[in-house]
Design a protein. Structure first.
Length: 97
């Protein structure tokens, strides 16, 4: 579980990132979760955009993706979700204590 201080730090790092994935009318599926997992292993921090034509609520989408990929939700702002998962192989982000 991330502390408030760690979330604040991750939000500052994510500010300049562009969303890599988009969730549309197809919703969340296994393929999307697998791709998010692989990308998180490489980048540790990423943004996902929830499109207007997505039938699900953005909070439900965030929970589904986070649960499926083992990531933590850093922030949901507007239609953008920020996720973090510590990399096993390529740890680059050092979280504050």
């Amino acid at each position: 579980m991330l502390t408030g201080k760690q979330k604040r730090y991750l939000r500052s790092l994510a500010h300049h990132l562009d969303p890599i994935f988009q969730v549309g009318k197809g919703g969340v599926n296994e393929n999307l979760i697998k791709q998010v997992e692989d990308t998180l292993e490489v980048r540790e921090l990423l943004k996902i955009s929830v499109l207007n034509n997505c039938g699900e609520d953005k909070h439900e989408v965030a929970e589904e993706i986070a649960a499926g990929s083992g990531a933590e939700i850093v922030q949901i702002i507007g239609n953008t979700i920020v996720l973090y998962k510590e990399s096993k192989e390529r740890k680059t982000i050092e979280l504050p204590k």
